[in-house]
Design a protein around this ligand. Sequence first.
Ligand SMILES: [Zn+2]
Length: 91
Amino acid sequence: MILRLILEAVIAVLVISMVRSVIGIIAKALFQSAMRPSGQAPHRPPVSSGGELKKDPVCGTYISAATAIQKKVGAETYYFCSPGCREKFRT
Ligand SMILES: [Zn+2]
């Protein structure tokens, strides 16, 4: 009798823990799908990825400071779109 009660208690504990883990997985999946914006990718302005925009003094093109070719002349830093523009630039 006592053995059967213990067995039933063990089974009950196992079933409860299984059910809880399944509910947890379902709840997590539901939560993630609810949190995901519908069809909208996180929108970021293009400036934040490329950094500050600088003007090429040779051809007048605007390039991001992060990717531009830089040339320091004294205290000034000039930004160029290409090595060709940098070569053309004379101070
Ligand atoms: Zn240029």
